[in-house]
Design a protein around this ligand. Sequence first.
Ligand code: ADP
Ligand code: MG
Length: 421
Amino acid sequence: MLLTKSDLHSALKKYFGFNQFKGLQEDVVESILSKNHTFVIMPTGGGKSLCYQLPALMQEGTAIVVSPLIALMKNQVDAIRGISNEEGVAHVLNSSLNKTEVRRVKEDIVNGVTKLLYVAPESLTKEENVEFLRSVKISFMAIDEAHCISEWGHDFRPEYRNLRHIIGRIGDGIPIIGLTATATPKVQEDIIKNLGINNAKTFKASFNRPNLYYEVRPKTKNVDADIIRFVKQNEGKSGIVYCLSRKRVEELAQVLQVNGIKAVPYHAGLDAKSRSSYQDKFLMEDVDVVVATIAFGMGIDKPDVRFVIHHDIPKSIESYYQETGRAGRDGGEGHCLAYYAYKDIEKLEKFMSGKPVAEQEIGHALLQEVVAFAETSISRRKFILHYFGEEFDNETGEGGDMDDNVRHPKKKHEAKEDAII
Ligand code: ADP
Ligand code: MG
């Protein structure tokens, strides 16, 4: 297929209504259309979906997209259907479909109508699905959230380990596209090794978020009052406060409410109805603050979150980056405030003590980086980007003065013994 740049732009306009590619998208699309194994590392919100959706729509055959969460798949399928007149252009194949629905999906694929087929890894391992997919034309396989393959990632899923084997069974020369927002070199190595794509063309975007301001404060017993003050200073703005435990989420949400702040709790222990109602309230701006465990956030696309507070320090730099990354998606202001006490690190260490030794070792290594980050006196941004394998110069780089250590150089924060929580 010989395509010019202007063909790609017209396709972009035709299918998505966008006038311009974002970042590396155009190069990625070209690589996929040229049948290369392709590896895409872009921060959340960077526009990874389009990287595989556009070439899928432009080619013959069906692209299989592996994605870990049913909710995310549904969103994407709805979005794709929304831009096409043909409902069958995108489908989800999972265990919730009845026989008639499965037949419809298969018919659409056989008839060449379906360009994108979203599957969860556990559906892909089903023998009948493998048999079926072997018999039809597949354009490529995209593995979204590919860090799920790695134990060093923040969301390891053992089913992802089987993918390479299954792809091999579906068809030998199928181009494989891995996509992730995880930038650590270890996770990237794991992905390439596990997917067997040594020769992949790799595209890595910068992970710098110049509009985010990073700040770490020592955590004392006044942390709740400090958070209340911060939220009140940012009245009317949307924000997320992350806590480690469900209990703390409930308590803090209440404390904020009592202090006249429109806040709701969010954690996996709430029933589905409350969860979706609280989430909607946040999106609709009926409430300003969600106090949440890490169960909140994945796939939530609220562009104007103005602050993300970590009441408890996260278990890795990776998680910190993902969670703070939900602030300022629109490019506007985003204040990232984390509270840190060494006691919390010990708590996190203790949580791991029941786990297999290998997991504990990984968890410990990740935590040590968090300690280094919290206690550092160098630029937070420089630290984060270095962790992701990127050199950053505060003098010349965008957002070079957007953290506490650069704005207010001081002796490093010592985690005080008496900082109790
Ligand atoms: P990621 O998967 O990397 O987190 P998404 O694929 O969900 O990011 O895209 C994030 C947002 O960027 C979406 O709202 C999407 O519509 C938008 N987007 C993607 N590509 C473009 C583009 N070329 N022009 C404008 N907006 C884009
Ligand atoms: Mg994505």
